[in-house]
Design a protein around this ligand. Structure first.
Ligand SMILES: [Zn+2]
Ligand SMILES: [Zn+2]
Length: 355
């Protein structure tokens, strides 16, 4: 495969000095860095080309050989591995891409999602608009113009002070960074990350209750790296579900309870009652002589639960009239009083014995 001219790749002249080469590499490496060009395969190819060119030209020995052989130059015949690329970046940026102890992770975020009971009964697709802190795409989370950084004069870029290996500490001049920071990034004002509104699709499973928690991995805040781009993990987003109280239904696990007020006449004479369910009304047949407090079970009309769908229990609750007219009192209620009440009769006979 024809190799591109490495000097051309870095955009420098053949007689470019080491500093000029390094600066060109830094600028292009930042420009084509995969973090900054997500999904852009052209940029990724350019980034690899740039890394390969720097691998050769950045090494004085290899450069001499390359200058002598030109396009015939072969190294191992393999492009640098990701680890090698990381090493190159680390060297060229004086600690910028240095892998150090993991930085603190980004914060987790919480979003309270309020839904109706009807919505809780079915799988729900929702789009949440969430404000997250995301890593700055201009400076890749370095907070400054990293391509212009100068190595720290005090520690020579090592970030360590002292000469005796065992007793080395962080360089006090650069706080162990190994470089003097360049001008602040204008986009994030040096904060390394900034707020971004993001629309996130979330699938809420059927049967959730208040207190149910959904986790959207890595949709919390990006970490603000302490040094370079080796940031801690991105936090998670927790969606806290809150199911609104319903005017008609109460919930008991997957079952639903509904109290329906009825008249004495409906219970005594029987009636077709229209009662609510979560998906529309339905009619239940109340047989004549139904006692107050009787429950009707509508199988499978509850909410989805661990062991299948719950039931809907409709409880009839007689409402005693309080505004009867004189006539009603005389006629209707007299007739009602005269009707047979077998349970009451039994109760009275027991009470008689107690006297
Ligand atoms: Zn230093
Ligand atoms: Zn920035």
């Amino acid at each position: 495969m024809a190799r591109r001219d490495y000097y051309e790749v870095l955009g420098v002249k053949k007689n470019a000095g080491p500093d000029e080469l390094k600066k060109a590499f830094r600028t292009l490496a930042l420009k084509y860095h995969p973090d900054r060009n997500e999904g852009d395969t052209d940029a990724e190819a350019r980034f690899r080309e740039v890394a390969e060119a720097w691998d050769v030209l950045g090494d004085p020995e290899k450069r001499v050989r390359y200058d002598r052989l030109g396009p015939l130059y072969t190294d191992s015949g393999r492009p640098p591995s990701p680890d090698q690329v990381n090493d190159m970046l680390r060297e060229a940026f004086g600690g910028l891409f240095r892998r150090r102890r993991a930085d603190a992770p980004g914060e987790d975020l919480t979003y309270t999602l309020t839904i109706t009971l009807e919505e809780a009964a079915k799988t729900l697709d929702r789009t949440l608009v969430v404000q997250r802190q995301v890593r700055c795409t201009r400076c890749l989370g370095t907070g400054d113009h990293a391509e212009n950084r100068m190595p720290c004069a005090s520690c020579g870029g090592s970030g360590k002070s002292g000469t005796r290996r065992l007793f080395r500490t962080e360089c006090p001049v650069c706080d162990g960074k190994g470089y003097k920071p360049a001008a602040k990034c204008e986009k994030c004002n040096g904060e390394k990350r900034g707020p971004m509104e993001e629309s996130l699709r979330v699938k809420v499973p059927a049967g959730v209750a208040t207190g149910s928690k959904l986790r959207l991995k890595q949709k919390g805040n990006d970490a603000a790296p302490v040094v370079g781009t080796t940031a801690g993990a991105t936090g998670d987003l927790y969606v806290l579900v809150q199911v609104q109280e319903h005017a008609l239904f109460r919930r008991r696990g997957p079952d639903l309870l509904c109290e329906v007020p009825v008249t004495l006449a409906e219970l005594a004479l029987g009636a077709d009652l229209v009662v609510p369910t979560l998906d529309g009304n339905t009619t239940i047949r109340v047989p004549p002589g139904t006692p107050s407090g009787k429950s009707f079970r509508l199988a499978g009309r509850g909410l989805p639960g661990d062991t299948g769908k719950g039931d809907l229990h409709v409880k009839l609750d007689v409402e005693t009239p309080t505004d009867l007219g004189v006539e009603a009192k005389a006629g209707l209620l007299a007739a009602l009083a005269a009707a047979s009440h077998p349970r009451r009769a039994e109760y009275q006979s027991v009470m008689k014995v107690r006297r």
